[in-house]
Design a protein. Structure first.
Length: 151
């Protein structure tokens, strides 16, 4: 996952390093709390249990998930203006396999104040909702396009 996001950094060494560091911190937290059988791997069941019990807990969320959000924001903000334009956001989503139609719709949801950009705070709020909100209609649940409600 970190390698995928590091590609988004467009050859920006500082952004690449920030992404790798944030994902390494997340991975270490997963290993510490998730590798319950001590095999050096985190199974799907261990991953889900660790995310629910530890990574998304208030004491770890900021240091793990929001650190990744901050590094991602830095990497995606290719013009360095401190916000994500529609093109920056749709480009990122496209690299993750999200269609331009779905990512454009997601952009509209995440741009809460309607100013045509996603601010750092709007992005962090979206990440928090994506991981923590039980509200299927929360804007953050559009982070990677619309939810598949059939599952």
């Amino acid at each position: 996952m970190a390698g995928l996001f590091a590609m988004v950094a467009d050859n920006d060494p500082a952004s690449t390093a920030a992404m790798r560091d944030a994902f390494e911190q997340w991975w270490q937290l997963l290993l510490k709390h998730g590798d319950t059988d001590g095999d050096g791997q985190v199974s799907r069941a261990e991953f889900i249990a660790a995310m629910e019990a530890n990574v998304t807990s208030p004491e770890h969320f900021s240091g793990a998930i929001l650190a990744i959000a901050d590094a991602t924001m830095q990497a995606l903000d290719t013009d360095g203006d401190g916000v994500l334009s529609r093109d920056e956001y749709v480009g990122m989503a496209g690299r993750l396999g999200v269609s331009p139609v779905n990512s454009a719709a997601g952009f509209e949801k995440l741009d809460r104040d309607g100013d045509g950009v996603i601010s750092h705070e709007e992005y962090r709020q979206a990440i928090s909702e994506f991981y923590l909100s039980a509200d299927l209609d929360a804007p953050g649940n559009w982070l990677l396009g619309p939810l598949d409600r059939s599952v």
